[in-house]
Design a protein. Sequence first.
Length: 96
Amino acid sequence: MSQLELMAAQVALNKAGATGSKAITGTSAVTPADGYYFFALQAMAATVVAAKTDVTGAINADLTTITSIPAGAIICGKWSSITLTSGQMIGYYAKG
């Protein structure tokens, strides 16, 4: 991804209410900061999701059924917790 594409993606995230992010690594559940949820997940490497917790009322894709999410993929939804089997992601915050 070019620098211009990265900058455009950040502008889009800012306009969508993104207020920060958190690295999602390892195999333990990762949650956003208090009062926030993850509204976008970006795979930084090929990633496999072991478990996810949707925000109440959200209708999200079941990420645990995907064999491997490719590096660079961005998935939008509303999650309060993500657990990985392998890989790395960045979880972008939105106010809950």
